[in-house]
Design a protein around this ligand. Structure first.
Ligand SMILES: [Ca+2]
Ligand SMILES: [Ca+2]
Ligand SMILES: [Ca+2]
Ligand SMILES: [Ca+2]
Length: 430
């Protein structure tokens, strides 16, 4: 199909309803041309004679013409029932003023207007919702084509990258959109890994891989009981913004600066904390800890740990989510964080726990002992809001040994998503 001149269309205007496909459009490849304008595959535009056309795989699909009351006249006469728009331009074959609107003030218009080439050349597929626009983040699972590319809930397109770098650690958790400003790893390089299955046993929550951060070796050569890699015996200050800065060891952090998509109101990600400290080191005054330290404009306090349980307890072996093997929501057999030990292990071990304010879990009552050593929290999801007013946000995924640099803990991270709604700061288990 080839375009003909607008004059021909003008002459045929009275019956243009039948001729529009010939008059107004042509297509080629993965974009289409309507009235001399090129639109991308998946985008929609209105033609001069009032059809709405969508470019699909290089071909135009057009609605029936509806010229009756669009507020303008597309040609020499109005083919519809009434022309109440009041701005009939007579014989000129142009899109009338006001036809293409930006009702939701998101900068994108309801159609393409040849008289306004300075406007975005992509159409707002929902001009009543400013969070829906070309180039927006297409939220998973809300059944809305948020980015106007013609596909509802675009499937995640992040890959499973080779090479352990900050940006690759993010891609492994499905964060590969234009929001990434920077991503750096702080700590020993061996503390970070990207895995299709952690220690060959624990698979990803979404996509094909996940990211691992450890207070020891993130990708140990073989599972052993109570792994303890000592990268350094020199302590550094505890990074908890609400803490007192006591010394911790083998601190490993993924430090990320993000510019959230304009339509995002929050974010979430999944994580699982695993520790070889269980059960002997339950309720000690020192326990390995995982933090998600968020610095978000508008937050009070400005920086805070956003991953904690309903008691406000940090993620350690003492967090309310932590599981004994009989209650595993995820089978940990095969990892170094769940080894069948020759000894019987008791809650708190020979030290008996005793950290102030720490309550032994109920399963520890009656002198319970376990053959396993090491366990985990199960998969958890942390959500937090973002504000659009104040600039970039910083997230620090942070894990460390406490007390000394031996007996490692690990956090698996996956399934990052931006959210279309504003959640409370919360962490839950499915
Ligand atoms: Ca708009
Ligand atoms: Ca919109
Ligand atoms: Ca989409
Ligand atoms: Ca969506």
């Amino acid at each position: 199909m080839h375009a003909r001149t607008p004059l021909l269309c003008l002459l045929a205007a009275a019956s243009c309803a039948l001729l529009i496909a010939a008059c107004g459009s042509e297509d080629s490849g993965t974009s289409c041309t309507i009235d001399g304008l090129t639109i991308n595959d998946g985008a929609s535009a209105r033609t001069r004679d009032c059809r709405t056309c969508t470019c699909t795989a290089g071909a135009l699909r057009c609605s029936a013409p509806s010229c009756g009351d669009a507020g303008f006249d597309t040609g020499g006469n109005d083919t519809g029932g009434s022309d109440t728009g009041g701005n009939d331009t007579g014989g000129s074959d142009v899109v009338g003023p006001g036809e293409c609107r930006d009702s939701d003030n998101d900068g994108f218009y309801s159609c393409l207007d040849p008289l306004h080439p300075e406007r975005p050349q992509e159409v707002d597929c929902d001009d009543s919702d400013s969070t829906v626009q070309p180039g927006a983040y297409d939220f998973f699972g809300n059944r809305v084509d948020d980015d106007c590319d013609g596909e509802i809930d675009n499937t995640p397109r992040c890959g499973c990258p080779t090479g352990v770098t900050g940006p690759n650690m993010l891609e492994a958790i499905e964060l590969c959109d234009g929001s990434i400003v920077s991503a750096t790893m702080s700590g020993n390089n061996a503390a970070f890994d990207i895995a299709t299955r952690y220690e060959g046993a624990l698979g990803p929550r979404s996509g094909n891989c996940l990211s691992v951060i450890s207070s020891g070796t993130a990708n140990p050569a073989s599972a052993g009981v109570q792994p303890g890699t000592e990268f350094s015996v020199v302590g550094v200050a505890d990074p908890d913004p609400a803490g007192t800065g006591e010394l911790v060891y083998d601190l490993a952090q993924l430090v990320v600066e993000l510019d959230p998509p304009n339509n995002a109101r929050g974010f979430q990600f999944d994580f699982m904390f695993l520790s070889s400290e269980w059960p002997e080191f339950l309720c000690q005054t020192f326990n390995d800890t995982y933090y998600t330290i968020a610095t978000i404009p508008g937050f009070t306090p400005g920086s805070q740990n956003i991953s904690f349980d309903s008691n406000g307890d940090d993620v350690t072996v003492n967090v309310g989510f932590f599981e004994q093997p009989a209650a595993w929501t995820t089978n940990l057999v095969g990892t170094s964080m769940a080894q069948n030990d020759v000894l019987s292990n008791s809650c708190g071990g020979i030290l008996g726990g005793g950290a102030p304010g720490c309550t032994m879990p109920g399963y520890c009552s009656g002198g319970a002992t376990f053959r396993e050593i090491g366990s985990g929290s199960g998969w958890l999801t942390t959500q937090a809001p973002v504000t659009q007013a104040g600039g970039n946000i910083q997230l620090v995924f942070s894990i460390h040994d406490e007390g000394d640099s031996s007996l490692d803990s690990v956090v698996l991270i996956d399934a990052f998503e931006w959210l279309p709604y504003e959640p409370e700061i919360n962490t839950v288990k499915e």
